[in-house]
Design a protein around this ligand. Structure first.
Ligand code: NAP
Length: 548
């Protein structure tokens, strides 16, 4: 920690309502931040662009949307009564249930009154003389806040295809991450889905069941494991609830925010029979998790030969399920390791390609060239559709922050500062941007974990810091440039020890043309990362400059 003592006076020019903190976003992160800060007696205004609460779970209403983390682990832990009283119905809760849960929490803790919906924050400008953030919205509102907390989500800015003609299409167009409210019926229609990531994998089987035809446009085949979703066993729910504190602790100390038995051996240290028996158990076990296969051996994420054994196991299953060998070959992922481009959980995913009304188009062989008035064109063929579903992903981790004109000391914009690559201290703070915090920001474990575990950790850390600042008379807290550089180097170093950089994926920014190719999340483990953050706080915020 460095202490300085610059005095500040308010000089915002135009009158603006003064509050302690603005929180941008009313998803899981923003609502928890609001709850914590209000408990501590801070005045807070939350702004949310959506027409309702829920962030990701407000926008992602597409058929089949559900989370890939077990319901019992994907919920708030901050209130012992809340976690006991809420009853989950499925292993992996569907979007409507998650949205009901979020709205229940908002009502239970009376959170709505501090949330302004349908209001997008457009700018956050730091006034150095006042040591305050001036926040503007698209509704013409301006507030002055001591703290600006970005709970803007890691996957909230939709990415479209890069070919021309999107506007020309005369049918209905949807993006999975920006789905309209109300029922969308695909019965008897000719539907296209572009994209086979986690969203595409969920939407494809359900649309196929009702559409006249479904044409899936795949660029990169994914590794899709069976979800084995099922109604939740009441005994399991009771058992978890009876030892929730231990469960939470184990999740917080784990690698991915979901506690798993510790692997002790590498995949190549055991016989082929033993290895495949393990993969088979995970594949068939109705209680397995998305990460089970990733952490079953010590080296799956670090050694290419070890990784290939898991990759081949999945390819072999695809060949067993898909009846047309040519289609199976297109669906079999190759050329990048298993698990380091987000693997998916599917329900009847590969089986769907056996349906007579489903066709798979391999965009590697015949790239997309245009969206036309009546459908899509590839280098080989023109297709006619009634509906196009873009399951084409997001400008992840930085997109939502870049969308706001954030200006720190000296009017420097965050966008410009991050033009070469994002740099943060712990994924929480940025040098030159005092009192601005990024919940699950780039450089933190964020998307490489159970998001609820990571969100709660950041929210608690930020709330504690603000509380301590207030009691110790500290006005601003700012990441130091050296600490930021050092942390960013560490994020890269740890990333380079794994196979993550070997795949094109949104984890490394390569899905967005021109975006810097770096590790956007920290793969050092949720538990180790938490210890680091706690140590920084215990060392009087080592790496931050505190100003009185
Ligand atoms: P994504 O993983 O980025 O997948 C996007 C898909 O669209 C990819 O198959 C991609 O192909 C394709 N695509 C993108 N641009 C294209 C273009 N110009 N032409 C052709 N194809 C194109 O996005 P997502 O499926 O929305 O998932 C994003 C993340 O959200 C997930 O990884 C996950 O973390 C989260 N999510 C979670 C759940 C869940 O928990 N169940 C569900 C949905 C989403 P390439 O691979 O070749 O780029």
């Amino acid at each position: 920690m460095t202490m300085t003592s610059e005095h500040s006076a308010s000089s915002t020019g135009q009158e603006a309502r003064e509050i302690d903190a603005v929180v941008v976003g009313a998803g899981f992160a923003g609502l928890h931040m609001l709850y914590k800060l209000r408990e501590l007696g801070f005045s807070v205004q939350v702004y949310e662009a959506g027409g309702g609460l829920g962030g990701t779970w407000y926008w992602n209403r597409y058929p089949g949307a559900r989370v890939d983390v077990k319901s019992m682990y994907y919920n708030y832990s901050f209130d012992p009564e809340l976690e006991q009283e809420w009853e989950w119905t499925e292993k992996y809760p569907p979007q409507p249930e998650l949205l009901r849960y979020i709205n229940h929490v908002a009502d239970r803790f009376d959170l709505r009154k501090d949330v302004r919906l349908r209001t997008r924050v457009t700018a956050a400008v730091y006034d150095e003389s006042a040591a305050r953030w001036r926040i503007s919205t698209d509704q013409g509102e301006v507030v002055s806040a001591r703290f600006a907390i970005m709970a803007t989500g890691c996957l909230s800015v939709a990415k479209m295809v890069e070919v021309p003609g999107i506007e020309a299409f005369r049918g209905r167009s949807f993006h999975t991450g920006n789905w309209p409210e109300g029922d969308v019926d695909f019965t008897g229609r000719r539907v296209a889905v572009i994209g086979t990531g986690a969203s595409g994998v969920q939407v494809i089987p359900l649309v196929a069941e009702v559409a006249e035809t479904l044409t899936v446009f795949q660029r990169t085949a994914n590794y899709v494991l069976p979800a084995h979703n099922h109604t939740i066993d009441p005994e399991f729910q009771r058992a978890i609830k009876s030892r929730y504190r231990d469960v939470r602790k184990a999740n917080r100390e784990s690698s991915f925010g979901i506690a798993q038995p510790e692997a002790t051996k590498g995949a190549l240290e055991v016989s082929e029979e033993e290895r495949n028996a393990f993969y088979r158990r995970v594949w068939e076990d109705k209680d397995s998790e998305l990460v089970s296969m990733l952490v079953g051996f010590t080296d799956i994420l670090a050694d290419e030969a070890a990784n290939e054994t898991a990759a081949q196991f999945v390819r072999d299953r695809i060949a067993e399920i898909v009846t047309d060998p040519a289609v199976a070959r297109i669906l079999q992922p190759s050329g990048y390791p298993f698990g380091v481009k987000r693997p998916c959980l599917g329900t009847n995913y590969y089986e769907t390609f056996n349906r007579p009304n489903v066709r798979l188009v391999d965009l590697r062989a015949t790239p997309l060239t245009e969206v036309t008035e009546s459908g899509l064109a590839t280098t080989e063929e023109n297709f006619e559709f009634d509906d196009i579903i873009y399951a084409t992903g997001y400008d992840a981790m930085t997109g939502a922050l870049d969308a706001i004109d954030i200006r720190g000391r000296g009017g420097v914009s965050l966008r410009e500062k991050w033009a070469g690559r994002p740099v943060t201290y712990l994924g929480l703070a940025v040098a030159g941007f005092p009192n601005l915090f990024t919940i699950t920001g780039p450089g933190s474990p964020a998307v490489l974990s159970n998001m609820l575990v990571s969100i709660e950790q950041h929210v608690d850390w930020v709330a504690d810091a603000m509380d301590r600042m207030r009691s110790e008379g500290v006005t601003t807290m700012e990441a130091e440039a050296d600490a930021e550089q050092e942390w960013t180097r560490h994020v890269d170093e740890v990333g380079d020890m794994t196979l993550y950089p070997k795949a094109d994926s949104w984890y490394v920014g390569s899905n967005v043309p021109g975006k810097p190719r770096v590790m956007y999340a920290y793969i050092g483990g949720v538990g180790a990362y938490r210890e680091k953050c706690d140590q920084v706080a215990a060392d009087d915020y080592d790496g931050f400059t505190l100003t009185r």
